[in-house]
Design a protein around this ligand. Structure first.
Ligand code: SF4
Ligand code: SF4
Length: 438
């Protein structure tokens, strides 16, 4: 085994980390040191991650070289030696890239080979998403940057590691069904813990120091009332484009409560009343919240009235969860009350992800007893598709012993579609864990 081939990649990672120290970026050095450790520990998923790091490193070295040489030339200072040194750094980066991509290290990476590429994809999507969010907002969006300046990259790196770790646990339909509710509840707990600490005076736990109500309906009603403040609406819209209605089964900070409470009830059974309410009930609450927000705005009512009404709507929703979802074993709040659920179900269709039942379905009904979104009944099995309220949660996929129900995406096999969906959903989850707060 030619482990000496790892010397240039490891050296390059440390060199890149040391370059980060020029801006006081201790977190970057620590992250790249951990990545070097993962390469030495033969983790297969770390290999594509390191390849991405070297591609990024090549850009950084080239940009830095050009800037420094231009600077020296402008001051009429000697620049040739500097150019040679920087050129050496770029060449080392290229060598590291070639060695990692070459076949010579294939045998080395023999650990955690299962799902190595999806794991690397989850890591990279999380890291890239967080890095972009961090660079685009004009305040420290990560908690590490707020409490430990210079360590933001380490938080990003650790969230990337977390994404690949939970992602591989969701590899099988059964794993997806077990892990999804737990990570969803974890996200909600972290979100509300930060909110609670923010209210108690730790204002760095809040997004901008300004409090907002954590009521999903206000994602659409808030901008109508304020005439601005589209951040959450844009975030919601971005998730619709990427994973369709899966906001309501993987990402919403309040939907997780409905999930927990419905699970404390019995097994769900199809309900026609709830099916009708999924359109008309949520349509009515959508008209109500948007209409009231607009009237308050036109009437010039003070923000405190809007807060009071928003809180009352949120509390009514909690009542639905506690008294109805828990009794029926279904997510009644999300499928019959919350207007964002309806918007998600409608506009989520923009994304091509679907759950489909194939024609060989035996009609055994096993999936009907796990769908807490009331999206499956005899008719939907016959039609081969769940009803409007499906949020792509995936619970039915693991319930079908014959594999007749699954994710579909144009051009992908069933397994590839499920893998790609989980990669996106998990990456968004880890991203939200890092940045979502009130
Ligand atoms: S229906 Fe509303 S509360 Fe439920 S998950 Fe969707 S946005 Fe959240
Ligand atoms: S039909 Fe399946 S994927 Fe859709 S909400 Fe029901 S259990 Fe979840």
């Amino acid at each position: 085994m030619k482990s000496y081939r790892l010397i240039p990649p490891v050296a390059t990672l440390f060199l890149l980390g040391a370059h980060g120290l020029r801006q006081g970026d201790f977190g970057l050095l620590a992250s790249l040191a951990v990545l070097a450790g993962l390469l030495l520990a033969r983790r297969a998923w770390a290999r594509p991650v390191a390849v991405a790091a070297f591609l990024w490193g090549g850009i950084i070295w080239t940009q830095t070289a050009v800037d420094l040489v231009r600077f020296r030339m402008a001051l009429d200072l000697p620049w040739e030696r500097l150019a040679w040194i920087m050129g050496g750094g770029i060449l080392l980066d290229g060598l590291a890239l070639v060695l990692l991509l070459g076949r010579g290290l294939d045998d080395w990476f023999d650990r955690e080979r299962t799902w190595a590429r999806p794991r690397a994809a989850m890591f990279l999507l999380t890291v890239i998403g967080l890095a972009v969010a961090r660079s685009k907002v004009d305040f420290p969006i990560l908690l590490a940057d707020r409490y430990l300046p210079g360590w933001g990259w380490l938080e990003i790196f650790l969230l990337g590691c977390y994404a690949q770790w939970i992602g591989v646990r969701m590899r099988t339909p059964k794993g997806h069904r077990t892990v999804r509710p737990r990570i969803w509840a974890l996200f909600s707990a972290v979100f509300f813990l930060q909110l609670g600490l923010g209210i108690l005076g730790m204002d760095r736990m809040l997004m901008t120091g300004t409090l907002h109500l954590p009521v999903p309906a206000l994602i659409v009603a808030g901008p109508v009332f304020r005439g601005g403040g589209y951040f959450m609406l844009v975030l919601f819209g971005a998730t619709l484009l990427l994973v369709g209605p899966a906001w309501c089964s993987h990402l919403c900070y309040v939907g997780a409560w409905d999930d927990v409470l419905s699970r404390s009830g019995g097994r769900p059974a199809p309900s026609n009343t709830l099916r009708a309410l999924s359109l008309w009930g949520r349509g009515a609450t959508l008209l109500l919240v948007v209409g009231v927000a607009w009237v308050l705005r036109v009437a010039g009512m003070p923000g405190v009235s809007a807060v009071f009404l928003g809180a009352a709507f949120g509390l009514a929703g909690v009542g639905v969860m506690v008294f109805i979802s828990r009794r029926l074993g279904k997510m009644v709040h999300c499928t019959a009350f919350c207007p964002m659920g309806l918007i998600g179900n409608f506009f989520g269709r923009i994304a091509p992800w679907r759950v489909r039942i194939d024609t060989d379905c035996t009609r055994c009904g096993a999936c009907l007893t796990v769908c807490r979104y009331n999206a499956l009944d005899g008719d939907s099995l016959a039609q081969g598709r769940p009803a409007l309220s499906c949020t792509l949660c995936g619970d039915c996929v693991s319930a079908c012993a014959h594999g007749h129900i699954g994710y579909v995406f144009p051009g992908l096999s069933g397994e590839a579609a499920r893998t790609a969906f989980i990669v996106l959903a998990v990456s968004l989850h880890a991203l939200f864990l890092g940045v979502a707060r009130m």
